[in-house]
Design a protein around this ligand. Sequence first.
Ligand SMILES: [Fe+2]
Length: 299
Amino acid sequence: MTLCHRGTRACLVRCLGDVFGNACHAASQSVNTQTMNLDIRSHERRFANYAAQERAKEREDPAPLDLKFTHTHNVLANARHIVASENFTQARACLLAALYHDVARFEQYLRYRTFRDRVSCDHGLLGIKILKRERPLNEEHPLVRRLVLAAVGLHNRFRLPPSLPEDLALVTRVVRDADKLDILRVMDEHLSQPGPYSPTVVMSLPDDDTIVSEPILQAALEGRVAAYEDLRSVNDFRVLLGTWFTDMNFTGSRQKFVTDGHARRILQALPANAPYAPVKDKLLKQLDEFTAIFCPEAH
Ligand SMILES: [Fe+2]
């Protein structure tokens, strides 16, 4: 597979299509023990070196890059937790995809001074380009390499394309769950502090109890994942984060969702009166019911 050096979005989308094709083909190959080896320490060192090299280029404030470095390690830890509770044949690809999922955040920030894809670039697709350029996956089994590249490219999609190869869908779902679990941590840590909240963290939404998004409340009441574009206030954001529980793909992810306590704290801060009360009750009850069955020791 060759990568267009201009790195345009269309070019990267073509590469992603190529990766899908290869993943489909590779999925039918016999799995060898290399794909299940969970020792990725050499990759962790390599990633740390790459992050340090990029950080050194930042002349003003490296704090946003440091946050992404911490986030990466938390996402990897979450992925380890998920993998440990399942019996995946592609466990190594899951861990590597978690480690490299946000590799593009450094270059994205240095180039555009923002992590917002809409006003800069698709950091999933840029991640593929960087991994092709830096070649940390060259020693990996071809199946692992292709799965990791494709999962990195897909991890930030609102919805996954239908009919993905089974292995690729699984690896991508592990990364997405692990990613969301750490975003909950970041949001909880921030929203637990007294306001005013950082506009970057709350996406410049007003912290005003009188501003409510009906589509967000409706999605929560119907058991659907709420969409970012419907957000109107910080309380809506709390509800959206609570709806992620229904989007968790593995029992290990759901267990972490409830036992970490982040989602519960975020939801408990919602107003106790209408129109948030029924949504708050429903989402908290959902967590309680899961906890009672799957994590009774946490009850
Ligand atoms: Fe990401």
